[in-house]
Design a protein around this ligand. Structure first.
Ligand code: SAH
Ligand code: DHB
Ligand code: MG
Length: 220
């Protein structure tokens, strides 16, 4: 088997054994596809990892940067206790509208706020609120370093920050890559190399979405 075929087949095997079919998640993916949204959300296994991390963290307040149709939002929102809150930021009004419908279908409208606008404009409006316990950064990759700075402003010691797509098929180690997203991740990694406010690790992932990786940080 070619690598990608093998990774996909193993993802399917893991899903079959560990991740029961779920009407709201399936319907959300269908609605995204129907609305012509790009299929760039997290895989089912990564969605469930986010859910487990939010639960393990005992998070009550979650911030997501980059909603798309809210597939990852549903995974994390389901991990919140009653009275919890998930704020998710999305620049594209059409994506946000699809996400709102998906939240309603999943019964999460009460817990989730979808804030529409460029994240760098909405993030400052969150500074007056309580700190977030968990942050998932998954929007435009060129601004990842700035989003991470904001995440540090909006969290507390012990909060967890997860960043998606840090590896991008290995492009992150290509110093001369002409991919602006890859260069954005390289800037972010350079910033992290001297960042004393977190302990962090990177995990490469393979699966249905190819070769990529997650950055997981805990605020000191
Ligand atoms: N977290 C989603 C996938 C997000 S895809 C999931 O796993 O299901 C990235 C999203 O970030 C896209 O919907 C895109 O419109 C949004 N985005 C891009 N630039 C942005 C910006 N400046 N501010 C907020 N959202 C942005
Ligand atoms: C892209 C964005 C993502 O969040 C992702 O998981 C995969 C791809 C993209 O913009 O290409
Ligand atoms: Mg992503």
């Amino acid at each position: 088997m070619r690598n990608q075929e093998l990774w996909s087949a193993v993802d399917e095997y893991l899903i079959e054994h560990l991740i029961p079919a779920d009407d709201a998640l399936d319907a959300a993916l269908k609605a995204c596809e129907g609305a012509g949204l790009p299929a760039i959300g997290v895989s089912a296994c990564l969605g469930k990892l986010l859910q487990l991390l939010v639960r393990m963290q005992g998070a009550r307040r979650v911030l997501e940067i980059g909603t798309l149709g809210g597939y990852s939002t549903i995974w994390m929102g389901r991990a919140l206790p009653a009275g919890g809150r998930l704020v998710t930021l999305e620049v594209d009004p059409q994506h946000a509208a699809v996400a709102e419908t998906n939240m309603a279908r999943a019964g999460l409208s009460e817990l989730v706020d979808v804030l529409v606008g460029p994240a760098l404009e909405t993030l400052p409006t969150l500074a007056d609120g309580e700190p977030f316990d968990f942050v998932f950064i998954d929007a435009d990759k060129v601004n990842t370093a700035a989003y991470f700075d904001w995440a540090l402003q909006l969290t507390r010691p012990g909060s967890v920050i997860v960043v998606d797509n840090v590896v991008r098929k290995g492009a992150v180690i290509d110093a001369v890559s002409d991919d602006a997203n890859a260069q954005g991740m390289r800037r972010f990694m350079r910033q992290l190399a001297t960042e004393s406010r977190v302990d962090a690790t990177g995990i490469q992932t393979v699966g249905t979405k190819g070769h990529d990786g997650l950055l997981i940080a805990r605020v000191r």
